[in-house]
Design a binder for this molecule. Sequence first.
Ligand SMILES: NC(=O)c1ccc[n+]([C@@H]2O[C@H](COP(=O)([O-])OP(=O)(O)OC[C@H]3O[C@@H](n4cnc5c(N)ncnc54)[C@H](OP(=O)(O)O)[C@@H]3O)[C@@H](O)[C@H]2O)c1
Length: 352
Amino acid sequence: MKNTDILARTAQLARLADARVLDNPRVGAVLLHDGCIIGEGYHQQAGKAHAEVNCLASVREEDRPLIPAATLFVSLEPCCIKGRTPACTGLILKEHVRKVVFAQRDTTDEVSGRSAAILREASVRVKEYPDFAPTEDTNRNRLIYTTEQRPFILLKYAQSADGFLRPRDRSKKYWITNDISRRLVHRWRTCTNAVIVGARTIIEDEPKLNARFFPGPDPRPVIIDLHDRLSGREKIFSGGEQRPLVFTGRKPARLRADTVEVKEKDLNKKAIKKILRKLHELKFSHVTIEGGAVVLNAFLHHGFWDEARIFTGPQRFGHGLPAPELPATARSLSEERIGTDRLSTFRPAAGK
Ligand SMILES: NC(=O)c1ccc[n+]([C@@H]2O[C@H](COP(=O)([O-])OP(=O)(O)OC[C@H]3O[C@@H](n4cnc5c(N)ncnc54)[C@H](OP(=O)(O)O)[C@@H]3O)[C@@H](O)[C@H]2O)c1
């Protein structure tokens, strides 16, 4: 078995993590002895055991004597600092692990390259795979969070077959996607720290913005209401699991929510930066913008997006609210069919 095959498994494990990892990286770890996996684990929750700890703890009692002769594979450089939990380099040395293979270095200043050096100094053989793509992808939230001081921004919306977010007749109830797509969206919601929408979406659609169709944590509802249009009677304020956070204009209504004054009249670059700064402060490393057109277009226009997932349903509306247009430089990542719907995933131009 090649090292990269095992690293691919660490990436799979890392992806099992949901939004409870907050600003921490998603990390998976595998312990391999003589071609057999004797331990596996991933980081599940900020402040709780790291992947390496869970991996070593999963080793059966009778296999524990094999640990010094085994190789520990980790999707990211192990940490060497004591934060909410002890340093993983300490655990590796304590357990007498002699070989460590990891993919990318941790972009946290105090860790980057230091952990590898600490291990090498203690005669542990360390091999790095900085260009290994699957783990690079699982680390993207963290990379953006630590280098750009903002969360990873996922745009998600559904459009009719002829490109509308909703039909012209606002009074008509409409549904663009099928049940399977809806469930998938709820699964994604368990992996994001916040779902962001505009005030009009709250007023017209009365969404709950939770993850009720998939087990896992609910995201925090975040509403952008720069003209203070919300009355406080909208359903989102009637006691969900997560207290909404509203970015308001100058005179915030009395809402059952936390409010942050933005003071800008429009959702311009300055306003977006303020919003992102606050979300970063809250340790949100991944947020999802679910609409409507004004909010999606503002983030797209100012280049604040990292991935777009677009569902296209089978129905044609004829007229309505046009769906956003991605920049021509956007790269198509994948296209798949989900029953009657099509799911297209895009990323900004390479090197953005
Ligand atoms: N298909 C999808 O995936 C999807 C997802 C979400 C929403 N939607 C649809 O998108 C629509 C909302 O999108 P949107 O672009 O209009 O707004 P939005 O992005 O949800 O909200 C932001 C805008 O709403 C405006 N607004 C709020 N209340 C308003 C009101 N009562 N009258 C006029 N403007 C109001 C605000 O304008 P001011 O700056 O003037 O206050 C602000 O610019 C809804 O009909 C919803 O059904 C579709």
